[in-house]
Ligand binder design. Structure first.
Ligand SMILES: [Zn+2]
Length: 441
């Protein structure tokens, strides 16, 4: 096989004549000079072969890495020629130049796009010697194009689904768009999760009834009827949507969502006690109840170090409300382990009693909510659904948010979730053709 032919194949480009290849071993760069093959140039209006060369247009393009040569530049001479039929000078079309990002080949764009399915734009930019802002734009563009091809795998088991909301960002009161918006306003995204597959199927902005309805729009009417169990938060808008769309589904409030609720109740107590400690200048309590320490307070004993346990013990002896709050959290975990309804109900009665005696407002509110949704919680106790998938996905999404996608817009964050945790990637959508010709959005 001809070496130049092989190289053009490796680069994912065609209809060219390679004129020169320069390798710079010192910094592993390659510069390839190529000219468009006149024999394969046709008018994009009438299809006539372009023969009369008018001029050669020079372009410098980023091309895919070739083996150890990670930085490959393509110096390309594109034909401008006269079409005898159309009576005008036109630029001979070149499919393999990216139509939007004109400084790169389609192959380079797809190569970068696949990397960004796994790692950050910044990391990809370092690996490919490219500008991270340009790559960020490319990633957005590619995800938008791929949205058109998004579909669920055939034979997917959707008998058990879960609706999980994630915090997206909190809008600062100074940046408010309306005068009525006075407080910090948290923004959410609702994800439709298939725990059996461990994937986010689709999502919608916000946490309203319509947010979940948008997320569920990815399911066909037949699939909606086939849902048997639906795990949710103690959140009426979601439950309304599920009842309306999936008449055969049993609505369960599962452990994942209950643990989120109890942790947030405990955190309200922690914040209150922290403020009190600030007022009374109680240094020990202030240190122990600082926001970045809140995870120590709610993590399981076996995950803590000896010194952490010692400090925690001391805190519990000096701060009654924190001690009671921790007891309520611990006991709550135990009652969720109950295997039978009667065992669960008995334990729940005891928990209610301790909550009442504690007089802690956050827990009193939570116990009201739990009373309201008791039947749905019992549905979880009998179903014994596992919620490790929701927990895992939730952590993965938190990492995504921390990596910076959370600071950009809602749509890009939603798509990134579908790409990393769902089916909006080349493993589910065949994008092999993108290497050679970019589809129009
Ligand atoms: Zn023509």
């Amino acid at each position: 096989m001809d070496l130049k032919y092989v190289i053009s194949q490796f680069l994912g480009i065609q209809d060219i004549i390679i004129e020169d290849i320069k390798l710079f071993k010192k910094d592993l760069r390659a510069v390839i000079t190529a000219r468009q093959n006149k024999k394969h140039c046709y008018c994009n209006q009438c299809g006539l072969q372009l023969s009369n060369t008018h001029e050669w247009i020079f372009k410098e393009l980023k091309a895919v890495p070739l083996g150890i040569y990670s930085q490959v530049t393509l110096k390309y001479y594109q034909l401008r020629a006269h079409c005898d039929d159309c009576h005008k000078v036109i630029l001979a079309p070149t499919d393999w130049i990216h139509p939007q990002f004109r400084s790169m080949t389609c192959a380079f764009a797809e190569h970068a796009g696949r990397l960004m399915e796994e790692i950050t734009c910044e990391a990809t930019a370092r690996l490919l010697h490219a500008n991270s802002k340009t790559l960020w734009d490319l990633d957005q563009h590619r995800m938008e194009v791929m949205m058109k091809y998004l579909s669920l795998p055939k034979n997917i088991d959707i008998s058990y689904l879960s609706a999980d909301e994630v915090h997206f960002k909190t809008i600062h009161p100074k940046k408010r768009t309306s005068i009525f918006q006075k407080r910090w306003e948290p923004k959410f995204i609702t994800n439709l999760v298939c725990p059996t597959e461990g994937k986010v199927l689709f999502n919608g902005p916000g946490r309203s009834a319509s947010s979940l309805a948008i997320a569920m729009s990815v399911l066909s009417p037949g699939q909606l009827l086939a849902v048997e169990r639906f795990a949710v938060d103690m959140h009426d808008p979601f439950i309304m949507t599920i009842k309306a769309k999936c008449p055969n589904a049993q609505v369960c409030v599962d452990r994942f969502h209950l643990v989120q609720a109890i942790n947030s109740a405990f955190d309200k107590v922690r914040r209150q006690e922290f403020k009190l400690a600030q007022k009374t200048k109680d240094e020990f309590n202030q240190n122990m109840l600082e926001p970045h320490r809140r995870f120590i307070l709610i993590s399981k004993e076996k995950n803590l170090s000896k010194s952490e346990l010692k400090l925690l013990d001391k805190l519990r002896t000096v701060n009654q409300n924190i001690h009671t709050g921790m007891l309520l959290v611990e006991y709550f975990h135990k009652l969720l382990d109950k295997k039978t309804i009667t065992g669960f109900r008995k334990a729940l009665q005891t928990w209610y009693l301790v909550v009442r005696e504690s007089k802690l407002k956050a827990f009193l509110e939570l116990s009201k909510t739990i009373r309201k949704y008791r039947k749905n919680i019992e549905a979880y106790i009998t179903s014994r659904l596992t919620t490790t998938v929701s927990e895992g996905l939730n952590n993965k999404i938190k990492v995504l948010k921390r990596m910076g996608y959370g600071y950009s817009n809602e749509t890009s964050f939603m798509r990134k979730i579908l790409q990393r945790c769902g089916y909006l990637n080349h493993l589910s959508i065949n994008t092999d053709q993108f290497y050679f010709k970019w589809p129009h959005p």
